[in-house]
Design a protein around this ligand. Structure first.
Ligand code: SF4
Ligand code: SF4
Length: 640
């Protein structure tokens, strides 16, 4: 897929039409205007390069049916031809013209849906996340360029009546009522020229993205459009003044609603979920057991402040977390007051399909929840994914979803972007993914936070974020990082920076925080109750903190694993270096030891102390790392 090549083909296609014709010329200008607006929206949404190209190509082709409509009928009126359907027929029908623009068929579904639905009265019934996103982008871009058209072009051209005639006409009651009530205008309700004019102005109600509303405000489109003509009918003048105030208020309030996650644009999977979720994996402890009374207090406080998402797992605290969720949450609150997520770890001890499937029913019984709002295949990636394949847990869970025992099905994952891309390609039915994302790991080549996030978004999947504070390490950063954060805002905790960074990303369902005491909870609630995404200046602070982390001493291992192929002792070299880096960069000894154990014996490799210093590894390491010496240091710090 390449926008520039598609544009060349489009230009050749236009050669078949009369470019001198005013209406044809207008449509060409409009097409490129929409391309520009699509690029602006896609850029502000931070989409991947692939989605940006896709948005551009959809914009280029969205009105392709218009040219034939003009040739045959010399009219834009919908009763002459449904130009969107005709465009789809042209591209995907017998002629299959789409292959001239995009050689691969990978994106056919997305392109087809976006073009077919771009001029529908309302956008409903699209279930695929990526198709929906592109359908929304093209609709917004189309409307934004229409602002330009309606500001620049003659009324005669787009309304069939001169401006004076429009300004003298009245607005019919139904159109006035809908416009002032915040509703779009049905084509069939438009009678007078003013009705048509008003119907274009209320396009603003239908915008989907905050980015689009920002563009409207930055260009002062509402005021400029409304004041384009004088309203000579006094009654019309009053309505237009009221409409102007209504629209300006709408744009500004819609932006705030999007920020708070209360608007259609920030709802994912039909949910209306605040951006902070309670992770039930590090609950307060009373000796070896979870402290139920303190957990209950925290759960009550969390719900009291309007939050509702709880995340547990089959394996957390050997199942005790699920059982405590029943006691403090499920047994004490109406089922529709909270959302409960849990996870199935098919790789954790299940010897066969039946045992893996039983985990689902055990969770159902332990929590007493009746059904799960979100259910996840737990911790895919590396050698763990095959257990879900071997036991066909994918289809097992799809069946449970059909039975209503699962509302939304997804998976969590600790692996790199390539593996995530593969799984999402093989399992497009997954509705969401849960990823480890934090600002420090954003560019880390071992973790690929950013790349994983972009991969999920490329597949149109919303994201639940786990470990936003990197297992607690970003809550207590080294002095140099603390100073950067404190200098920017002396009152904000280091955790608040980390959680707000995660929650500021587009397409996030919620950000999980594994809160262990009321103090942490109060801190989280203080800035997430009225959550505001990071400003541009705050993003710069995060960047400086990240750069500071990156400047700390680190073994520059790229995890290529060449060294491990010839190691006679099968030492888990790159996993050991990951754990050791965690220790040297974040001073997190217990986290590093945990990771060390998991990356060595946990995955069938030997520890650093088993090294016999044969030196074979160093002969092949492309980074020229002194592997033997580093292993010795890691063994000293992390073993014993
Ligand atoms: S020096 Fe140690 S780590 Fe390297 S290949 Fe030999 S035994 Fe393995
Ligand atoms: S060969 Fe070098 S860079 Fe590659 S995994 Fe081994 S230590 Fe890391």
């Amino acid at each position: 897929m390449d926008f520039d090549s598609a544009k060349q083909v489009f230009e050749k296609y236009l050669d078949g039409y009369d470019r001198e014709n005013d209406k044809v010329r207008l449509k060409i200008v409009h097409t490129y205007g929409v391309v520009e607006q699509s690029a602006a929206i896609a850029g502000r949404l931070g989409l991947s390069q692939e989605d940006k190209e896709l948005a551009g190509i959809i914009a280029l082709l969205h009105d392709i049916g218009r040219f034939e409509q003009l040739r045959r009928f010399d009219s834009f009126l919908p009763d002459t031809m449904d130009h969107a359907s005709y465009g789809v027929e042209l591209l995907f029908g017998k002629q299959g013209m789409i292959r001239r623009f995009v050689p691969e068929d990978t994106w056919d579904g997305v392109i087809r849906t976006a073009i077919a639905r771009h001029s529908d009265f309302a956008l409903e019934g699209i279930t695929d996340g990526r198709e929906l996103m592109h359908a929304r982008i093209i609709r917004d871009a189309d409307k934004l360029d229409n602002c330009r058209v309606k500001l620049e072009d003659d009324f005669e051209t787009f309304l069939g009546a001169p401006a004076e005639e429009v300004s003298l006409s009245a607005i019919t009651p139904k159109v006035r009522e809908d416009a002032l009530a915040g509703r779009s205008i049905l084509s069939s309700d438009r009678v007078t020229p003013m009705d048509y004019w008003v119907s274009y102005l209320v396009y603003f109600y239908d915008l989907n993205y905050r980015a689009s509303l920002d563009i409207v405000e930055e260009n002062d489109y509402v005021r400029r459009l409304i004041h384009r003509i004088p309203y000579l009918d006094p009654d019309t003048g009053r309505v237009m003044e009221e409409l102007e105030n209504r629209l300006i208020k709408y744009v500004s309030e819609a932006k705030k609603r999007i920020v708070k996650g209360e608007d259609k644009m920030e709802k994912y999977l039909g949910e209306n979920i605040p951006k902070l979720g309670f992770g039930l994996m590090r609950l307060p402890m009373d000796g070896e057991k979870i402290d139920v009374a303190r957990t209950q207090e925290m759960v009550d406080r969390f719900l009291e402040e309007g939050f509702c998402y709880f995340d547990t797992a089959y394996g957390y605290n050997d199942g005790e977390s699920e059982a405590v969720a029943k006691k403090v949450l499920v047994d004490r609150y109406p089922r529709d007051r909270f959302l409960l997520a849990t996870k199935l770890p098919a790789w954790a001890g299940a010897k066969n399909r039946e045992e893996a499937e039983r985990m689902f029913y055990t969770s159902l019984e332990r929590t007493g929840a009746g059904y799960f709002d979100f259910y996840l295949l737990h911790n895919l990636g590396q050698e763990r994914t095959r257990f879900f394949d071997d036991y066909d847990i994918w289809n097992f869970l799809k069946e449970r979803k059909k039975e209503g025992l699962i509302r939304h099905l997804g998976f969590s994952m600790h692996d790199k972007a390539e593996a995530l891309d593969r799984i999402l390609t093989e399992h497009p039915e997954m509705e969401f993914v849960q990823l480890q994302i934090n600002y420090a790991d954003w560019e880390d080549p071992d973790i690929e936070s950013r790349k994983c996030y972009e991969t999920a978004r490329k597949h149109g999947k919303p994201v639940i974020i786990m470990e936003p504070v990197k297992g607690g390490t970003l809550a207590d950063p080294p002095r140099e990082v603390k100073e950067i954060l404190a200098e920017a805002d002396g009152n904000a905790s280091p955790s608040s920076w980390a959680i707000r960074f995660a929650a500021s990303l587009d397409g996030v369902i919620t950000v999980l925080s594994g809160m262990s005491n009321m103090e942490q909870m109060e801190d989280n609630l203080s800035y997430m109750k009225d959550f505001a995404p990071l400003s541009e200046a705050e993003q710069q602070v995060i960047k400086r903190a990240r750069d500071m982390y990156a400047s700390f001493p680190k073994i520059p291992c790229t995890s290529c694993a060449y060294c491990m192929k010839g190691c006679p002792k099968q030492i888990g070299i790159h996993g050991i270096f990951q754990a050791y880096n965690l220790y040297t960069m974040y001073h997190d000894l217990s986290g590093a030891r945990h990771k060390y154990q998991w990356n060595t014996e946990g995955r069938g490799f030997a520890k650093a102390s088993a090294c016999i210093r044969c030196g074979k590894c160093e002969q092949v390491c492309p980074q020229h790392i002194h592997i033997r010496d580093e292993l010795a240091r890691a063994a000293e710090a992390l073993e014993g």
